[in-house]
Design a protein. Structure first.
Length: 197
């Protein structure tokens, strides 16, 4: 049982004054690319994406923050949430997923290719993986924003690696996916790639 529901500015998924706004813009951007009924949001944070999806869509949110997952279960009782570390665990949920989402997650993974390959194994033929990540060009702005308390300091410190466009596309193709779109958003500091199986 959770004594207090985490607020976006106090949890590991938030941590900066602008973090909730950035997460909402990211979720809205991602939602435009979601297809099908079965959606798995890996690294779901505060579950903002679920509010952009229809009631008929099956939403599964995954995050490694146990308190956050418990609060999400209370906040969104019609959705499913699991606590696990993508680098260490197999995924629960449906065997044939229509859309996997990795929004601001890949830069935190120890083994991004291995994780994406496990997702591809559960992705239906024709299904999508929607991935966002900061553009390396924006790294100085991320660091400054974190130092000023505008963006999450913890999230910035946890970045294992930032990927440029070519590296992202190569990673997805190596995992067995076909990229279908790429664009930058949030004033060019973030990237979104959509790929299909």
């Amino acid at each position: 049982m959770v004594g207090r529901i985490s607020a976006p500015w106090t949890s590991a998924a938030g941590g900066g004054l602008l973090s909730p706004l950035v997460a909402l813009v990211r979720a809205r951007t991602v939602a435009k690319h979601v297809v099908g009924r079965r959606v798995v949001d890996c690294g779901c944070g505060h579950g903002y994406l679920s509010s952009f999806l229809g009631a008929g869509q099956i939403y599964v949110g995954i995050d490694r923050d146990a308190m956050l997952v418990e609060s999400l279960r209370l906040r969104y009782p019609s959705r499913f949430f699991y606590c696990l570390d993508l680098d260490e665990s197999d995924l629960p949920g449906p065997d044939e997923v229509d859309t996997f989402v990795l929004a601001a997650v890949i830069e935190h993974l120890q083994r991004p290719l291995e994780v994406i390959q496990r997702l591809v194994a559960k992705l239906r033929v024709g299904g999508r993986l929607v991935l966002t990540t900061p553009d390396p060009v924006g790294a100085p702005f991320l660091s400054l924003g974190a130092k000023l308390g505008l963006l999450s300091r913890a999230a910035r410190e946890e970045h294992k690696r930032l990927f440029d466009r070519g590296e992202l596309l190569d990673l997805l193709m190596t995992a067995g996916l076909s990229p279908i779109s790429y664009q930058r958003f949030l004033v060019g500091l973030n990237q979104i790639v959509v790929a299909k199986r």
